[in-house]
Write a protein that binds this ligand. Sequence first.
Ligand SMILES: Cc1cc2nc3c(=O)[nH]c(=O)nc-3n(C[C@H](O)[C@H](O)[C@H](O)COP(=O)(O)OP(=O)(O)OC[C@H]3O[C@@H](n4cnc5c(N)ncnc54)[C@H](O)[C@@H]3O)c2cc1C
Length: 379
Amino acid sequence: MKVIEKERQMIRTAAEKTAQRIVQPRAAKIDATGEFPWDLVEAFGRQGFLSLLLSEQYGGTNGDLTSFCIVVEEIAKVCGSSSLIILAQGLGTLPILLGGNTSQKDFYSTEISEKNSLTAFALNDEEGGLETSSMKTQAEKQGKDYLINGHKCFITHASIAKFYSIFAVTRPEHGAEGISAFVVEDETPGLIFGTREDKIGMRGSVAADVIFQNCRVPQENRLGEEGRGWKIALDALNLSRPAMGAQAVGIAQGALDFAIHYANERIQFGKPISSFQAIQFMIADMATQVEAARSLVYKAADLMDAKVEDTEKLSAISKYFASEVAIKVTTDAVQILGGYGFMKDYPVERMMRDAKVTQIYEGANQIQRWLVAQQLLKD
Ligand SMILES: Cc1cc2nc3c(=O)[nH]c(=O)nc-3n(C[C@H](O)[C@H](O)[C@H](O)COP(=O)(O)OP(=O)(O)OC[C@H]3O[C@@H](n4cnc5c(N)ncnc54)[C@H](O)[C@@H]3O)c2cc1C
């Protein structure tokens, strides 16, 4: 049974409390040190935030995307990196839920909910692109195993996840239908990780290359039929995009809240800068954009929760628009703080750095616009 409005409100309250009490006090230090916050993984696990998309028997919400977006948004208001733990966990879990058989779903769901095991979603090949021909990672069938070779780039949770949902070519001549999905467990021989990336934002999140060197995986680890991998990947991204948008909305709201607080405190020309119409208009524009982005995100999530078909366009629009809003609003927040906005003493510069990647990952915004146009121009 799907969660209802009251339960979603309870989830928002729980996420808000966790964000304010546990995450916010840690946010600046996580950014400054780049340390991955394992203590927050524990805290999120206790709250069920790492299992949100799982079925109810594992403490989840049966894939209720609205609840997932709510939690990501609340945590992102105070710390982008920490919200990315939940977002990446959801994206890493989705291929198992979309493509896995009953025993795979049971096994991995139990591991995730009982042990707070992290997951990762490894699609992006060295040559990148949401184009099937750019995928060079190969999985060659050898008896009852697959031998995987290839190189994935910038994978969130690489080296710290327990389970990797990965995509590899099993039949090169079959294009999209020649790509299959697998779960690869950490410590599988031949699964190697690159050096952790040094990023300008989301500094507490771990991203690194995932390299397969003769990595042997039993056929039981394949998700779905051979050749279903590309569809699983696209469906997972489609479902995850509103949550990405929710992350962008959260970051933007956090920056707006701080800018309003600062504008009321900062005195110039003998009065708070919030009394100047130029600042008021900026704040009004920021709030308008955040509300518009939030509406799009929750409309997309709502339609997907209602299992409405053909949601790809709205899903891409929500991610595209919300991430554009996030970079605009966080940049304006820095402007409202003036020189102090440029200093590391205040959180808005961190929020601006964190916002940038929302325009890039899970398909850069040029690709989102391409996806929207494809939907509009088809037939
Ligand atoms: C911090 C971080 C975490 C990430 N985590 C993950 C992860 O967990 N899993 C995963 O699989 N990937 C992950 N990625 C990879 C991410 O999804 C890609 O970086 C992203 O999709 C962009 O691909 P690219 O880097 O290859 O850029 P490119 O595809 O090389 O794009 C470069 C520029 O060209 C534009 N462009 C490309 N193709 C077109 C086109 N056809 N038309 C118009 N413009 C185009 C792009 O929009 C962009 O502006 C992560 C990336 C980052 C930065």
